[in-house]
Design a protein around this ligand. Structure first.
Ligand code: ADP
Ligand code: MG
Length: 305
């Protein structure tokens, strides 16, 4: 188990994280979400032991993770960290980068392991390509594979798919998260993309103003978004009489006491997102087809189910 026990940290005077505590079970996938600047990357770096804590402790099982003041070399064998700035060796091939930390005493094992990892990150065809010629997204995948090479017990991923295009993203996410579950590798992912979380994370932590605003399963937080920040993570929402109502909860009906005037329709693929005015406030809802600007319609709120 990873135990983050009451940690506080600041780069300068004002704290970035204050009195943060949580636990992660072995094999769990935990997502850390929050707006840009909320401290997601800092939290991962603290768990990795990159900085000294102002207060508190981090433990992986019985080992306390210590910062640079106590450790000549940052990091531990049981933990890998893939930062937002993946530092690879540009002048050697993808395969060589991944195999860099694998033993040369077992060439057959090394080859097998490398090709397994190339498959996980869907880079098999680029095995012999020099890293410097790869795109940002491809480099990010090499960094992922390299972190997995020695099979850590816990892996920290900082926005791991942020440079990867939408064509590849979906299948790559499935492949990587499936692999981590299969191998029972504990995983902490910092992200602002709900697609990295839903369907994969067992639990999520919402960071806001130096604190943990929520810590629960994605399902629970989706059904019980107690703040607008939490709701906004799951999609477009409205505040109607102080209640959080997702845009897909609003339906057009013949008559109701929610009368709105359409102001804009946005094509979103399977449906349109409609913007309308409700007593000078904007409301957003989903609808099968485009609605005319100025049209008056009635809405009904459906319960989440
Ligand atoms: P996130 O990953 O959620 O975007 P970060 O952890 O990168 O957030 O940053 C949290 C806060 O700490 C921000 O206000 C950022 O400007 C500040 N910060 C991050 N890195 C440093 C640093 N090396 N020195 C000083 N301030 C930093
Ligand atoms: Mg970050």
């Amino acid at each position: 188990m990873l135990k983050v026990d009451n940690i506080t940290f600041n780069y300068t005077k004002s704290p970035v994280l204050k009195d943060i505590s949580f636990k992660v079970e072995e094999g769990e996938n935990l997502a850390i979400i929050g707006e840009s600047g909320s401290g997601k990357s800092t939290l991962l770096k603290l768990i990795y032991g990159e900085f000294d804590l102002n207060k508190g402790h981090v433990f992986w099982k019985d080992t306390e993770v210590l910062g640079p003041k106590h450790n000549l070399v940052v990091g531990y064998d049981f933990m890998k960290y893939v930062s937002q700035e993946f530092d690879l060796m540009p002048f050697i091939t993808v395969e060589e980068n991944i195999g860099k930390f694998l033993s040369n005493f077992f060439p057959k094992d090394k080859k097998e392991r490398t090709s397994e990892l190339l498959e996980v990150v869907e880079l098999t065809e680029f095995a012999k390509t020099k890293v410097k010629t790869l795109s940002g997204g491809q480099k990010q995948r090499v960094a992922l594979a390299r972190a997995l090479a020695k099979q850590p017990e816990i892996i920290l991923l900082d926005e791991p798919f942020s440079h990867i295009d939408n064509f590849k993203k979906q299948s790559l996410r499935r492949s990587v998260f499936k692999y981590l579950k299969q191998k029972n590798i504990t995983c902490i992912v910092a992200t602002h993309d709900k697609e990295d979380v839903l369907g994969f994370a067992d639990n999520m932590i919402v960071l806001n103003e130096n604190k943990i605003e929520a810590h629960d399963s994605p399902e629970f937080l989706y059904y019980n978004p107690k703040t607008p920040l939490i709701a906004s993570f799951f999609g477009e929402f409205n505040l109607i009489n102080d209640d959080i109502i997702y845009s897909h909860q609003l339906h057009v009906v013949k008559k109701s006491n929610l009368k709105v005037k359409v102001s804009q329709s946005y094509f979103k693929g399977i449906q349109y997102l409609i913007e309308a005015n409700l007593n000078c406030e904007k409301v957003y809802f989903e609808h099968e087809f485009e609605l005319k600007k100025g049209e008056l319609i009635f809405l009904e709120i459906k319960k989440l189910q």
